[in-house]
Design a protein around this ligand. Structure first.
Ligand code: ATP
Length: 322
């Protein structure tokens, strides 16, 4: 099927059925619906609380939606969430106002953030290495197309039914959260939560460059390897103070002997969050490491996926393999 271009007619409510609410984020609310003609489920992200473009929607959000849609042709990649087009209509579950939104590929496995929460820890190692590799593949693709993400974090890495990763929100992220995100965390002007923002981004004159995403990737790797949220107890203003001073999430509890290649992945993580942006490896360089370490565990990936599915269905019958 050909990729829709942003000049295509928006998808209207009449094309969609079986609406279900999925969840809310800083930008808006996400729904799942079946496209009547296409025959498969899509995700629709709408602006918050019936804020319609025909009423008081901030102009920068409208621009962001158009921008996201305009990236569609540029970003057709297995590791980046597919955007099918714009939505325009009165959604059955979203109030009475006319709304605009974006129609995307529906990801049945939720986000990496939700997975880590549901597992109360990291996924089995083969899945850790595959996630690390797939995120690097997606980011390398975006950077090769001169696109930056600026909000790379576990909630913006979505998973399909087999837990394959795709990057989401790279167009909307710059405006997704003007003051508070879904976790009531303050976010920076440049987009992204403080916890995933590099030290230099806290300077008022900062202009985002690729090194921003490389830093975020380092913190994301830490989250995936440990299964934890960085700086869980710290208020965002403290985080904003400490990251520029060189604070990073702790690595002392990571036992390199638990998995072959883990030490190399941890070394990569630390390089990515280097204080000096010019020392952070490019995603092309990251791929050399992630491909190598994932290859050591590739054969075990089906078992790991099965284990996670079992654990999500029957949480008490699972003994951690990590
Ligand atoms: P933030 O706005 O701070 O980035 P977020 O990423 O959680 O937070 P949204 O992207 O709006 O916010 O997502 C809201 C919910 O919808 C989350 O649970 C997310 O996992 C889910 N979601 C978003 N996009 C999709 C999609 N394409 N397919 C399936 N679920 C999705």
């Amino acid at each position: 099927m050909a990729m829709l271009s942003h000049t295509t007619e928006p998808v209207g409510s009449e094309s969609l059925e079986k609406w279900e609410s999925v969840g809310s984020g800083g930008f808006g609310h996400v729904y799942k619906a079946r496209h009547r003609d296409w025959g498969f489920d899509v995700a629709i992200k709408l602006l918050h609380d019936g804020v319609g473009f025909y009423s008081s929607a901030p102009i920068h959000k409208e621009k962001a939606l158009a921008e996201e849609a305009s990236h569609m042709d540029k970003v057709s990649c297995e590791f980046v969430l597919r955007v099918y087009g714009l939505y325009e209509g009165i959604p059955p579950l979203g109030g009475l106002a006319m709304q605009k939104g974006i129609v995307m590929e529906f990801m049945g496995g939720g986000s990496v953030q939700a997975l880590l929460q549901d597992l109360s820890g990291p996924p089995p190692w083969p899945l850790v290495f595959r996630l690390a590799h797939q995120v690097a593949l997606g980011m390398n693709f975006l950077h090769s197309r001169n696109l930056m993400h600026h909000d790379l974090k576990p909630s913006n890495v979505l998973l399909n039914d087999e837990f394959n990763a795709k990057l989401a929100d790279f167009g909307l992220s710059r405006v997704s959260t003007s003051a508070l995100n879904s976790n009531n965390e303050m976010t920076g002007e440049a987009g992204g939560t403080y916890k995933y923002m590099p030290p230099e981004a806290f300077e008022a004159s900062y202009e985002p460059v690729r090194a921003f995403d490389r830093y975020s990737y380092g913190i994301l790797l830490w989250s995936i390897v440990t299964g934890k949220e960085p700086y869980p107890m710290a208020h965002s203003s403290l985080v904003a103070l400490r990251i520029p001073e060189g604070d990073r999430p702790p690595c002392k509890e990571i036992n390199h002997r638990e998995a072959e290649g883990l030490e190399e992945l941890v070394d990569l993580m630390k390089l990515c969050w280097d204080q000096n942006p010019s020392k952070r490896p490019t995603f092309k360089e990251c791929l050399e490491v992630t491909e190598k370490v994932f290859s050591k565990h590739k054969k075990e990936i089906h078992g790991a996926v099965h284990l996670v599915l079992t654990r999500l269905v029957e949480p008490t019958s699972f003994l951690s393999e990590n």
